[in-house]
Design a binder for this molecule. Structure first.
Ligand code: PLP
Length: 366
């Protein structure tokens, strides 16, 4: 944390530190200026007249996932709080995507970065972290990532970014082109510009917190649904606030979402509904959507899509029309040897094919 930073930087003058911070923030802002907004892809559903699905394509960020937004916010938050200086080693506990994005920003600022990741993390994600100059520290028990990250920060005199604590507060929830503001702006010329539902997942809970608060602040009628793996604690906590952790850990294999403990950034009070999704269904939906779009999407996008299917069926049964927006959280490139490998799935007994067929029917373009 910043408290240790002082001793590391005694030889630097206050003016030097100030100049360094101004330059650091400028670089992040300049990167943002060079970036375009992410696309909102429209998916017509001819079998469900009057209901349209939209995908906010977060895979098109420079580091390939919605974590690009989070990493930018966490770095700006830490810089403006005075927690990061020119000699600070930056540390994060991350199952992969956050660390990839944070390594990108750390490199941009010339800072050392260490990702604390579960040993089970997909190899291509570790490659991506290293590609951006990050170092890897693996732990066998995913539940120890927090303690190990704190210990590393203490040892290196560094700063633990702590996405699970700070995601909900580092993001500007009232606007500043956050993901929610961007969605509503991009929807403005559609037949049903205010979605009936926005559907997302929860890893840190930051995205659902931002979207839920923004909907309330803008006084929209949109409801927020969070799709959660069956083996995650979040939907249990939503149903019963006393449920705080899963003693057996999170048994889900969908990277980026589902947690064994309720994270500080998960804000259940802004969520209208949660839907628990089996991993096999997530994978099946992911495969069907990839076939429909002609490009691979990640597993958590499949989880979102299963929840969308439930909501679409309910709207159709009630004779309602309208739009549903969900997130394409990341692309499928990093899952070639897992979710897109039939042998890998078969070896784990993941029976995804019936779910893929069902989703293909829902998404059918004719
Ligand atoms: C982090 C992540 C999510 C969930 O987003 P949060 O804002 O952390 O709740 C969903 N999908 C993927 C691929 C992710 O990396």
């Amino acid at each position: 944390m910043g408290t240790n930073g002082a001793s590391m930087t005694v030889e630097r003058s206050k003016a030097d530190l100030c100049a360094w911070r101004m330059e650091a923030i400028r670089r992040i802002e300049a990167d943002y200026n060079r970036s375009a907004d992410t696309h909102l892809i429209r998916v017509d559903l001819p079998r469900y007249p009057g209901i349209t699905l939209y995908l906010k394509d977060e895979s098109s960020h420079p580091t390939g996932s919605l974590k690009h937004r989070l990493a930018r916010s966490l770095f700006l938050y830490a810089l403006c709080n005075g927690w990061i200086g020119p000699d600070t080693c930056v540390i994060e506990s991350s199952s992969g995507s956050t660390a990839v994005s944070e390594a990108y920003f750390a490199k941009m600022l010339g800072l050392r970065f260490i990702a604390v990741v579960p040993a089970s993390t997909a190899a291509p994600k570790l490659d991506a972290i290293r590609f951006h100059g990050g170092e890897i520290h693996t732990v066998d028990d995913p539940r120890t990532v927090y303690d190990v990250s704190n210990a590393l920060a203490a040892k290196t005199g560094g700063h633990y970014l702590d996405q699970f604590t700070y995601a909900e507060r580092a993001t500007d929830w009232r606007g500043n082109n956050n993901i929610a503001e961007s969605i509503f702006a991009q929807m403005s010329a559609e037949e049903y510009p205010v979605p009936e539902w926005i559907v997302c997942g929860a890893g840190t809970g930051g995205t659902s917190a931002t979207i839920g608060r923004y909907i309330a602040y803008q006084r929209h009628g949109t409801r927020l649904c969070v799709a959660d793996p069956v083996h995650s604690v979040f939907h249990r906590h939503f149903a019963d606030r006393r449920a705080l952790s899963l003693p057996e850990g999170c048994g889900s294999c969908i990277e980026g979402i589902g947690r064994p403990r309720v994270e500080p950034s998960f804000i259940p009070s802004v969520i209208d509904r949660m839907i628990a999704v089996e991993d096999a269904a997530s994978i099946g939906a992911m495969r069907a959507l990839s076939a429909r779009l002609g490009r691979r999407v990640g597993g958590s996008t499949g989880t979102n899509l299963i929840a969308c299917a439930t909501l679409i069926a309910e709207m159709a049964a009630a004779g309602e029309r309208g739009s549903i927006v969900t997130l394409l959280c990341d692309g499928g490139e990093r899952y070639g040897c897992t979710y897109y490998d039939d042998a890998w799935l078969d070896a784990r007994g993941i029976d995804w094919r019936p779910h893929a067929a069902q989703m293909a029917a829902l998404l059918a373009g004719d």
